[in-house]
Design a protein around this ligand. Structure first.
Ligand code: CUA
Length: 195
């Protein structure tokens, strides 16, 4: 007679029988792959090169804003659409502040020179994204990230925000102008603004 099963009467198991060859292969492959992924977590952390290599420090949003204001006062060369245009000397500390919904100020850097770019937010999380390159960095309130950067290509670049930060997220743009190596200090560029 055919065996009937219900929730009350469990089907007869076969777990005590040896696993088939294909099942053993499958379990082996899965296990090895799990171990590889497990090992990659610490390895990638150490060898991956994706960790921020610069300065990491806590900073009060208000203190960071004051540093940015001082930076602007020191090196401002003009303004564009109401946003200060700031040309810091090579080797200096450069400040870029993220806030709803603006990157502030606009920067003028020189090709081939190294700077320390300090990024922080004074309100919520923002995402630094340099266009048209795939350069991304999380910008977090309360932390000052100092990234050592060397612009290697002159041009007029835009910074957009790639971390959703509210109703004006899509309007949050900024500007980094990289002038060719050895060129004289650029005059403020009369253009359609930073937006
Ligand atoms: Cu800032 Cu989205």
């Amino acid at each position: 007679m055919e065996e009937l099963h219900s929730a009350l009467v469990a089907p007869r198991g076969i777990w005590w029988k040896a696993a088939g060859r294909q099942e053993r292969i499958w379990v082996t492959v899965s296990f090895v792959w799990c171990m590889i992924l497990f090992a990659m977590m610490p390895l990638w952390h150490i060898k991956g090169g994706q960790n921020p290599s610069g300065i990491r420090a806590r900073v009060e949003p208000e203190a960071f804003r004051r540093r940015v204001d001082q930076f602007i006062a020191d090196y401002k060369i003009g303004s564009e659409a109401g946003v200060p245009l700031v040309a810091p000397p090579p080797g200096s500390d450069v400040y870029l502040l993220a806030r709803m919904w603006q990157w502030y100020p606009a920067l003028v850097l020189e090709e081939g020179k190294t700077y320390v770019l300090h990024l922080s937010s004074i309100d919520v999380n923002h995402g630094f994204n340099l266009q048209p390159f795939n350069v991304n960095f999380q910008v977090v309130p309360g932390y000052d990230y100092g990234l050592r950067i060397t612009p290697n290509q002159a041009g007029d670049y835009r910074v957009i925000c790639n971390e959703y930060c509210g109703i004006g997220h899509h309007l949050m743009t900024g500007k980094i102008l990289v002038k060719p190596a050895g060129s004289a200090a650029v005059a403020p560029v009369a253009q359609g603004g930073t937006r």
